[in-house]
Write a protein that binds this ligand. Structure first.
Ligand SMILES: Nc1ncnc2c1ncn2[C@@H]1O[C@H](COP(=O)(O)OP(=O)(O)OP(=O)(O)O)[C@@H](O)[C@H]1O
Ligand SMILES: [Mg+2]
Length: 225
């Protein structure tokens, strides 16, 4: 299928938007690939949100497996560039899928071969759950330390993919810089998986976020696993 045709039938916004996105993909030397688990308007894609459609893609040279998040024609956001910058910042502390490149309407980053955290959790052993919780809270703490707030982590199911038992925080579209609450949000999210947030420790962390108060929060969770 022709790329402009694929874009026009999946992104909305008519032919003008499809042609513009096609131009950006050419400029970035990226190729869309068919495939994904979701059938959207006759095309298999990786995922679909209110503001974007996610496709598999690759650079023209080499065979890196990438995902391309492409802005929908009817999106309320004028650009994906800020999301690209937030993801880049998260990558500096090893968080998020590795960013490859971005433009106004295209964000290319590593394709994650994973499952959502709630599905993974159901069949995971206690040891695996324990190490995932430790890893996820530590990533949240690293984001807090650089003042990058993801802002949607309380809904862990929609924003964490697990690949080879490792949690990967996805979708920095609502992120912001400044006071950040990632540990608190992840703690809330973990309650939906059946864990009890250690409230006292969380209060202390909120009042004085530092390594020591974080360790208390961490132990509060790990002692349940
Ligand atoms: N790099 C990737 N690898 C694998 N799957 C991905 C990747 N990026 C996104 N997805 C999947 O595509 C879907 C949509 O991605 P994302 O949540 O970033 O889009 P969105 O437009 O921000 O969605 P929403 O409007 O719901 O926030 C999600 O289910 C996500 O799991
Ligand atoms: Mg989103």
């Amino acid at each position: 299928m022709d790329t402009v045709y694929i874009l026009a039938s999946t992104l909305g916004g008519g032919l003008t938007h499809a042609v513009e996105v096609h131009r950006q993909l050419r400029e970035l030397e990226l190729e869309l690939l068919p495939g994904g688990a979701l059938l959207h308007n006759g095309v298999y894609v990786v995922g679909k949100g209110t503001n974007s459609v996610v496709f598999r893609c690759k650079p023209r040279v080499g065979n890196l497996q990438l995902a391309c998040k492409i802005r929908r024609g009817d999106s309320t956001r004028p650009s994906l560039a800020l999301e690209g910058q937030y993801l880049h910042l998260a990558n500096t502390v090893g968080v998020g899928p590795r960013l490859y490149t971005y433009s106004k309407d295209v964000l290319a980053y590593r394709f994650i071969n994973g499952v959502d955290i709630a599905t993974w959790w159901k069949s995971a052993t206690p040891e695996k759950r324990r190490s995932l919780v430790q890893d996820l809270l530590t990533q949240a703490f690293l984001l807090d330390e650089i003042g990058l707030s993801h802002n949607e982590l309380a809904r862990l199911r929609d924003h964490v993919l697990v690949e080879e038992d490792k949690p990967i925080i996805m979708d920095f579209e609502s992120a912001s810089l400044g006071k950040s609450h990632n540990v608190t949000q992840v703690a809330n999210g973990l309650s939906h998986l059946g864990l009890k947030p250690p409230l006292e420790a969380l209060r202390r962390y909120k009042a004085a976020p530092c390594k020591d108060s974080f360790t208390e929060v961490l132990l509060g969770f790990l002692s349940q696993l």
